[in-house]
Design a protein around this ligand. Structure first.
Ligand code: FMN
Length: 396
């Protein structure tokens, strides 16, 4: 049967119809983690079979709906050609199962992982909580993933295109295995990186997850310098970035900015989830009956946006325009995305906002950026990075 494209319902409207009612509540029949796993399971199957005619056709409808191409959105950052500045943040596709299809959802890049050298189950459940009214989430997943070796196999099976033929940039985010002592952390990261470097356009050292005991200590200068120099010795090490926490004070942020420049890092990613509760300490989690102040885990989503912007602005001030920054945290609209770019982020990522807003968030953000570029007379997004150009209201 030949179905015309007109019969294709928009990806966003399907998402809203099926998941909208679930996402309006903190909890329901299906818990937040089960929902993500079901979606990823299906996307993994689709990614492996993406050249089968029916699946290819469906994916091209999704792509037609969600992708936006424009020369003014393209940039080369740390040697990688990004078709647009918007990526899917680490932690959604932890095992890289759907790497072959993220471009169809309109993303210019995806960061898979966090992957650890050893497979691990993560913390006990429940460990992911939706805060529907606040458009936020609390998670203490604890790097649940299948391990570096399994990720190699998963990526091989998907037969990804290589080099410039790839439709989007693929970053891999690395963490420390939970049972590896902190003193051996650099060997643990290095072992994963040695296996996975050939698949990655860029790699990220994650030293900022709040859910692996001691991990954030690796943000301390001497430890981080040691880790970075160990990883840079690896043959064919792709551009190396470090992802930092929002809970550092200004001095620590400046120190990390300077370290990144001195060590020749390719960039910094700011920020990971927060231990701060941003005034929501008394908010009760439906699933546990305990308050956010009492629960362990990192907060993401809308309440994180201001702090995440502050960190980017501070880093930009310390490092100038020579160190690329990736901004992440609470981005859920074109306006917030624009503010993050003009504060200093060359690239941005979404996670929690994308879950709440649905797949339309990607084209909405890209169109919003394009309109702002036009209003301000910029011919390329790189002119807006760090410019502090204000968001201009659009005439309706
Ligand atoms: C459920 C969940 C799991 C996450 N897992 C990871 C992870 O494995 N590695 C990582 O670097 N960041 C992880 N993050 C953090 C996100 O990549 C991002 O930095 C953070 O959520 C802020 O962005 P957002 O407000 O758009 O969600 C996770 C976030 C969530 C909500």
């Amino acid at each position: 049967m030949d179905e015309s494209p007109a019969d294709f319902q928009s990806t966003g409207s399907l998402y809203r119809r099926w998941l909208g009612p679930l996402l309006e509540k903190d909890a329901g029949v299906v818990d937040a983690e089960q929902l993500t796993q079901a979606a990823l399971g299906a996307l993994g199957e689709v990614s492996r079979r993406r050249n089968w005619p029916l699946i290819a056709r469906l994916l091209s409808e999704v792509a037609r709906d969600l992708q936006r191409f424009d020369l003014s959105l393209e940039q080369t950052v740390f040697g990688c050609r990004f078709p647009n500045p918007l990526g899917l943040a680490a932690g959604f596709d932890k095992n890289g199962v759907a790497t072959g299809v993220w471009d169809r959802f309109g993303f210019g890049f995806v960061e898979i992982g966090t992957v650890t050298f050893k497979p691990q189950k993560g913390n006990s459940r429940p460990r992911l909580f939706r805060l529907a009214a606040e458009k936020a989430a609390l998670n203490r997943m604890g790097f649940n993933n299948n391990g570096a070796d399994a990720m190699c196999r998963t990526l091989n099976r998907q037969e990804l295109l290589s080099g410039s033929k790839r439709p989007l940039v693929v970053g891999i985010n690395f963490g420390k295995s939970r049972d590896t002592p902190l003193e051996k952390a650099s060997d643990d990261y290095a072992a994963s990186l040695e296996l996975l470097a050939p698949f990655a356009d860029y790699v990220v050292i994650n030293v900022s997850s709040p859910n692996t005991p001691g991990l954030r200590d690796l943000q301390e200068s001497s430890q981080l310098r040691h880790l970075v120099s160990r990883l840079r010795c690896i043959d064919y090490c792709p551009p190396l970035l470090v992802k930092i926490a929002p809970d550092l004070d200004n001095e620590q942020i400046d120190e990390l900015g300077n370290l990144a420049k001195e060590e020749g890092l390719s960039g910094l990613i700011a920020v990971n989830t927060s231990l701060n509760r941003f005034g929501l300490d008394k908010r009760v989690l439906l699933q546990t009956g305990r308050t956010l102040g009492e629960e362990a885990g990192g907060l993401s989503g809308a309440p994180l946006a201001n702090r995440a912007s502050e960190v980017i602005r501070r880093l930009r001030r310390t490092t100038g325009s020579s160190l690329p920054l990736i901004g992440v945290g609470g981005i859920d609209s074109p306006k917030v995305a624009w503010e993050r770019i003009t504060a200093g982020a060359s690239l941005i990522q979404v996670y929690t906002g994308w879950i709440f807003q649905g797949p339309d968030l990607v084209p909405n953000i890209l169109e919003g950026i394009l309109q702002q570029l036009q209003k301000h007379g910029c011919s390329n997004i790189s002119e807006a990075v760090g410019s502090e150009l204000p968001w201009q209201q659009l005439e309706s």
